[in-house]
Every structure is written in C-alpha cells, then in structure tokens.
Design a protein around this ligand. Structure first.
Ligand SMILES: Nc1ncnc2c1ncn2[C@@H]1O[C@H](COP(=O)(O)OP(=O)(O)OP(=O)(O)O)[C@@H](O)[C@H]1O
Ligand SMILES: [Mg+2]
Length: 365
C-alpha cells in the first residue's frame, strides 16, 4: 500500500540534464506509465525511484516516507528490467525463490508463491530450466514472476515487453492487466510504446528532454494534448500536421494550406484570433478523416494525390501527399481499390481539428 510522490526531481550526468523538475503524485494502487522517445529520461526517473541512481536534487517519497537516502532493498519495491537480469546459474525456480529466501520465508510458503506466479504467467513447465534454455519471452515472464512473488508495495517496470514479438507483447499486456486485478499494487511502467501506455495506464506521463510534457488519463491525452509533441506521440497512426495560413474572414477565420482550405467560425476556435495574419499548425488524426466530399455543415475538404495504401485486413490506411508530406487516412473500406496516384478527396469535421502554435507547439484550443 503506497503512494509515490516525486517533487522537483532532477538528475544530471555532468552537463547532461537527464531529468528536470519532475513533479508527480502517484496514488496508492495507481498504475502510471512513463512514455516518451529514447533518451527522454524515463529509465533515469524509474531508477531514482528504485534507488539505483542517485538523485541530483528533489525528493522521492514512498508510502509517506522520504526515501532519498534509503538503499533499494529498504524501499519495498520490485523492479522488472528490459534485459531480464536473471541469475544465469540458477534454475527458474531458484530465480523466483531468491528474493524470498533472502527474506527467510519458509520453503513451503515460497513454493506456494512460486506456484501461483508460475500459474499466472504460464511458466510451470519451465521451473527446472536455466535462463539460457528459455526464449526471450519466457525469460521476461520469469522476471515478471520474480516481481510478483515478492509482494512489494510498488512495482517498477522498465520496458519489460520490448524484447517480445508483437503477439506475445499483446498477450503479456493483457496478463499484466489481469495481474492488476489480482494484485492491486502501485506501479510505474516505462515504455516508449504509446499503445502500451494507452492500454495499461490509469494515467500516462509523457516526457521529452527530461521534462514532463503532460500528465493525464489516456483519453485526456488523446482528446486534449497540450502540445504538438504529445499530439504526435499519442495515437496510432500518428496525427497529421499541416501548416495553415490564418486570416480573419467574416465572423470567423479562413484557413488555407496546400490541399486544405476552409472557413471556421470564431466561436468554435476562439484562440485562433491572435494568429490572424500568421500561420497555425493544423492537426488531424487519421481516424477522423472520411473519404468523400464534405457531406454536412462543419466539415472541411481535404485533397491530395494517393501515394501509398496499406492493407490491414479490416481497414486500409491511405497516405496522400499534402504540403510535400504524407497525410494519412485510416479506417478506409478494405475492399476499395485505388489507381496509383489517384486524386483523393476527403473530409474532416471541425470538432476533430487541433491547432498548434507554429513556434512553441502549444495547443490552441
Ligand atoms: N550513466 C549515465 N551517464 C551519462 N548519461 C546518462 C547515463 N544514463 C543516462 N544518461 C543520459 O540521460 C538521458 C536520459 O536517459 P534515460 O536512460 O533515462 O532515457 P530513456 O528515456 O530511458 O531512453 P530509452 O527509451 O532509450 O531507454 C540520456 O540523454 C542519456 O544519454
Ligand atoms: Mg530507458
């Protein structure tokens, strides 16, 4: 049972600032995902929580107790790493038992704990093998099992699924979710995979360059990204961006760009006002684009030449060329056949448009 609180947390390696001013309050039993591109400071943040990395400044509390100077073993945490970190000379059973034996639990209880974890993770037939005799996925399950048997107050995961193939990843994602039901424990899960972040997190923390960009539920981040970076990072395929010229027109604005031109009412986009006479970046998710001309009020047309189609079976993805870049359209009928280079017309509703400042990238809605 533990709340984890990070206050003004910083980490520098010489002149490299890896984590900057991170403030985060993780509730007891909450599952929080840290997500962001390579090098943004996710692992460093996690390792500071674990006590594996010294803190440059700031405070970390676990269960109401400042742990800045506590060694990892006294923090009541269990961590799963990307590279498994299993003891190669021990069997799977002994790997799972290791932490429990250190705590001097009776062998009978250790056996029960291991049987439970092995059942949850389907590794019962592997208990007598050594890590070398396991596939990557199996090793990762053992690493998860080692975490489960310890019953810690906080689980810390550093990209535990990233070495698994796509199918196994999807399965392990479900298993981790099911695990949460059975063992509700505060958890911090690091990944660079936004699908993992969306599906696993009660809340998601998006990081970039050591800074937290936004903290919110998956839907908050999807619907109301605070800036272009978050908008592009959350959602798959990624949001399309097109630079648009903004002009005052009647009681609204005229937006014009390569392949897109339309008017929007000022009341729907009040924050475009200061950009009149300048430009704004329009963001549209591929899922919000429909093929065909606008069929109702409040929709804008989009036109471009077809560059590529990708068949996914239950839908097709199209990429059309707008302003020299690929603009993606999702959810297209998989039966439709398009000639190469076809002129594609599509539409998007005003309510599904995001606008961003062309300089700082802040959201303008
Ligand atoms: N021991 C170290 N010495 C110097 N710089 C380091 C050290 N560890 C990490 N860094 C730097 O700190 C920054 C953050 O690294 P970190 O490992 O936290 O990133 P990450 O978000 O986990 O990335 P990835 O997705 O690639 O694992 C990077 O610029 C990295 O090069
Ligand atoms: Mg990392």
């Amino acid at each position: 049972m533990a709340e984890v609180v990070l206050e003004k947390l910083c980490k520098s390696y010489g002149s490299v600032a890896a984590v900057r001013d991170v403030d985060l309050r993780i509730a007891d039993r909450e599952f929080v995902v840290l997500v962001g591109p390579s090098g943004c400071g996710k692992s460093t943040t996690l390792r500071m929580i674990a006590g594996l990395e010294e803190i440059t400044s700031g405070t970390i509390s676990i269960g109401g107790r400042v742990v800045n100077d506590l060694p990892p073993k006294d923090r009541d945490i269990a961590m799963v790493f990307q590279n498994y970190a299993l003891y190669q000379h021990m069997t799977v059973y002994d790997n799972l038992a290791f932490g429990l034996r250190n705590r001097r639990l009776p062998e009978a209880e250790i056996k029960d704990q291991i049987a439970r974890a092995a059942r949850i993770l389907s590794i019962e037939p592997l208990l007598e093998r050594r890590p070398r005799q396991l596939s990557g996925g199996q090793q990762q399950r053992v690493a998860l099992g080692r975490c489960i048997v310890r019953n810690p107050s906080v689980f810390l995961f550093d990209e535990p699924l990233s070495n698994l193939d796509a199918q196994l990843r999807a399965q392990m994602r479900l298993e981790i979710k099911e695990l949460r039901e059975r063992v509700p424990t505060t958890a911090v899960f690091v990944t660079h995979d936004q699908v993992e972040a969306m599906t696993l997190g009660d809340r998601i923390v998006v990081m970039k360059d050591g800074y937290v960009q936004q903290v919110g539920t998956p839907l908050e981040l999807y619907r109301r990204p605070v800036n272009r970076f978050v908008a592009s990072f959350i959602g798959s395929p990624a949001m399309n961006f097109v630079e648009m010229r903004v002009e005052a027109a009647g009681d609204g604005f005229r937006l014009s760009g390569d392949g897109i031109g339309f008017d929007v009412p000022a009341r729907a986009f009040p924050r475009l006002g200061p950009l009149a006479g300048r430009s704004a970046v329009l963001g549209i998710r591929p899922q919000h684009v429909r093929l065909g001309s606008p069929s109702a009020e409040g929709q804008a047309p989009i036109r471009g030449r077809l560059m590529v189609t990708e068949q996914l079976g239950d839908e097709q993805l199209l990429a059309i060329r707008i302003a020299g870049a690929d603009f993606r359209i999702a959810g297209v009928d998989p039966e439709l056949v398009f000639p190469a280079g076809a002129a594609i017309e599509a539409a998007v509703a005003h309510e599904n448009m995001h606008f961003f400042d062309p300089e700082g990238g802040a959201a303008l809605r």
